[in-house]
Unconditional design. Structure first.
Length: 248
């Protein structure tokens, strides 16, 4: 589904990703862990097509297509979803308006009929219930005044509605209390744990991985994947720390 090969990328002339390679198949959940400043968010921004990030070498193939050559809105329409470490607030636009427009613009690109207001609300209610987010929250402006946990739940509702094939989730667990963590973890499983989907979960902590069990865990340090293993690698990191595990 996703093949990243020898990816080099820079911001403002400074090289951040230095030859990163990674492969994900449909049906798999991969976790990326790594010290602060390793380039984890940079990787997610490059995959999402954020301006200002320049790819200087390497390739990213998504379902047989050159992902880096696609416009960000085409990436989304092709089933690529990016969850942000810091979700944006959009004053003046309600979640319902925002999500219906996002979904329908993706559907148009794919040649599918847009959903009517009624059809969309039915879908939104279903996904909000799954993530235990009050429907009233969806009527409010996007993320404005939301707590950290509410923003993350809201982001998972977005993911449920857009129903992507590949989700890259950057520190979706940051700022979550135990209850919210469980809801978000179970939401990721309910939406994405399917044979035709894949997840790249970027996280600092083992705890989210108790709910969303990864098939593979990778350590990203100084712009490259320096070690890969199974779910046990995350436990070792938690117990021993990065320096010890990377030296082993
Ligand atoms: P992580 O998510 O792993 O903590 P980041 O990808 O956010 O790491 O950052 C990787 C490196 O890139 C850090 O050294 C950071 O300071 C640098 N960096 C991030 N954004 C910018 C920017 N806009 N301009 C210059 N350097 C940046
Ligand atoms: Mg960071
Ligand atoms: Mg980060």
């Amino acid at each position: 589904m996703l093949k990243i090969d020898n990816l080099h990328a820079e911001i403002g002339g400074k090289e951040i990703l230095k030859g990163l390679s990674l492969e994900l198949n449909a049906g798999e959940v991969h976790a990326i862990m790594g010290p602060n400043g390793a380039g984890k968010s940079t990787l997610s921004y490059v995959l999402g097509g954020r301006p200002g990030y320049e790819v200087t070498a390497g390739s990213v193939i998504y379902n047989g297509e050159d992902l880096l050559a696609m416009d960000p809105h085409l990436r989304a329409a092709a089933g690529f979803f990016l969850g942000f470490q810091y979700p944006v607030e959009i004053p003046g636009v309600s979640n319902v308006q925002f999500l219906r427009e996002a979904l329908n613009s993706q559907r148009r690109v794919r040649g599918e009929d847009p959903l009517t207001g009624g059809e969309f609300l039915k879908l939104a209610k279903e996904k909000a219930a799954l993530l235990k987010l009050d429907m009233e929250m969806l009527k409010r402006f996007v993320n404005v005044g939301f707590s950290g946990g509410e923003k993350k739940r809201n982001e998972m509702v977005q993911m449920g509605i857009l129903d992507p094939k590949l989700a890259v989730l950057d520190e979706t667990d940051s700022g979550l209390d135990i209850d919210a963590l469980k809801v978000v973890g179970e939401g990721i499983n309910a939406i994405m744990r399917r044979p035709d989907k894949a997840v790249l979960l970027i996280t600092h902590y083992q705890r989210l991985l108790d709910y969303v069990k990864p098939d593979y865990v990778h350590i990203l340090a100084a712009g490259r994947i320096v070690k890969s293993g199974g779910a046990d690698l995350a436990h070792r990191l938690e117990e021993e720390g990065y320096d010890e595990v990377m030296a082993a």
